[in-house]
Write a protein that binds this ligand. Sequence first.
Ligand code: 5GP
Ligand code: ZN
Length: 119
Amino acid sequence: MAGEPQSDCLFCKIVAGEIPATVVRETERTLAFRDISPKAPTHVLVIPKVHYPNAAALADAEPEITAELLFQAGEVAADEKIVESGYRLIFNTGAGAGQTIFHAHVHVLGGRPMNENMV
Ligand code: 5GP
Ligand code: ZN
């Protein structure tokens, strides 16, 4: 069924607590945790607990959760004190764009100059 956990999905395993992660925020429907391979001083991933393969599929099926995901990304940025200096939100979509985990997620990146091309 749409949104159901996938047994071969790393982020579904993190949601289920089967794989550890450094969680920085959690709501009933979202989870935010530090990227295992940070590309900036702040590099947090915010994910919906439900499984959709990318942000567009999530937005199509679950617009409210998508809005919550973006709100939580902003809350992470505030917690990390990177609002004033600026931060970047990235949704890689498709292998050709560098997506490696096919469970929707937004990268929150900041804490260093973010005005060059990266990620
Ligand atoms: P993508 O390339 O799909 O947009 O982003 C996937 C991100 O997940 C990568 O930045 C990668 O470093 C991160 N990642 C991969 N495996 C793990 C893991 O086991 N734990 C955490 N916290 N992050 C992971
Ligand atoms: Zn998943």
